[in-house]
Design a protein around this ligand. Structure first.
Ligand code: 5GP
Ligand code: ZN
Length: 133
């Protein structure tokens, strides 16, 4: 596995993903254990473990993409709001040690919990095909 890192392996195409957006800086794809419909990870192509070992220029570029993808999700999914989550360190719930931002669409009046449930792969595939840009 590239860099012994799951998200580097996904970027390298060694492991498939349900792609939502890609450019030279990031790859964004659906989380396979979504908190809500459209839960998307925005992942820089360059490896860093988290916020503290990412240089300012890369971080600024990644956050610009987070906003771009969030704006798109809001348009295409019609969500009422969204949470941005970015975990650092095991104690904070980080399980993949490659910087990533969660975009978690929120729907007014819909029950919600910050606990992912294993997604239905066919539904995730269909959703990614519908919302990819
Ligand atoms: P963390 O807890 O590190 O902030 O988030 C890691 C996220 O990656 C989790 O929400 C988890 O569901 C997701 N994840 C783990 N393995 C895979 C995978 O193989 N593909 C995708 N798309 N997401 C994954
Ligand atoms: Zn990595």
């Amino acid at each position: 596995m590239k860099n012994n890192c799951l998200f580097c392996a996904i970027t390298a195409g060694e492991i498939p993903s349900f792609k939502v957006y890609e450019d030279d800086v990031v790859l964004a794809y659906l989380d396979i254990n979504p908190f809500s419909e459209g839960h998307t990870l925005v992942v820089p192509k360059a490896h860093s473990a988290g916020l503290l070992d990412t240089d300012d220029a890369t971080l600024a570029a990644v956050v610009a993409r987070v906003r771009k993808v969030a704006a798109h999700l809001k348009d295409v999914l019609g969500c009422d709001g969204f949470n941005i989550m970015q975990n650092n360190g095991e104690a904070a719930g980080q399980t993949v040690m490659h910087l990533h931002f969660h975009i978690i669409p929120r729907y007014a009046g819909k029950a919600f919990s910050f606990a992912g449930e294993k997604g239905d792969m066919d539904k995730l595939k269909a959703l990614a095909e519908r919302i990819a840009f």
